[in-house]
Design a protein. Structure first.
Length: 156
């Protein structure tokens, strides 16, 4: 088995590319959930997942899942985070888990490593809650802490 190698250059390039989407003049980004900027970020994430050969799925909540099959079906090893930012977030606002997941899958692919369990890279919807309350909706629905079908109060 080949050793896994993480590419520092691609690990740093992806957040910079995502940071170009709705960059703020004073630095940082503003990719509010379900805005045009968030959509562009989501489109970029889907393109990266597909480029890595992952099966891309979008759940009823809008969260993005890239799945790399394992030798066995069953529980997935999940790596991820979100793309939406706070109103004025930093370059890495929310991206660390997604970027790490992309790089792990790239390293597995490059070393021709087949994992026992499927690996899923996720980008959850509306984690910051800067535009829609409550926050952590994507991960909350995934963890059954929030009911997708339950009505929520509209913000004032």
């Amino acid at each position: 088995m080949s050793p896994l190698e993480i590419s520092g250059s691609s690990l740093l390039a992806r957040p910079r590319r995502m940071g170009d989407i709705r960059a703020l003049p004073e630095g940082g980004v503003s990719r509010l959930a379900l805005s045009d900027a968030d959509r562009k970020g989501r489109d970029q994430a889907v393109a990266w997942l597909k480029r890595l050969g992952m099966d891309v799925q979008i759940d009823a909540n809008g969260s993005i899942w890239g799945v790399r099959p394992g030798l066995e079906d069953g529980a997935r090893v999940m790596i991820g985070s979100h793309i939406d930012s706070a109103g004025t977030g930093g370059l890495y606002d929310g991206l660390a888990g997604l970027m790490a997941g992309l790089e792990v899958v790239a390293a597995l692919n490059a070393a021709d490593v087949q994992t026992r369990h499927p690996v899923a890279v996720a980008a959850f919807t509306n984690e910051e809650g800067a535009r829609f309350a409550p926050d952590r909706i994507g991960s909350g629905v995934h963890q059954n802490a929030l009911d997708l079908a339950a009505p929520t109060e509209a913000p004032c």
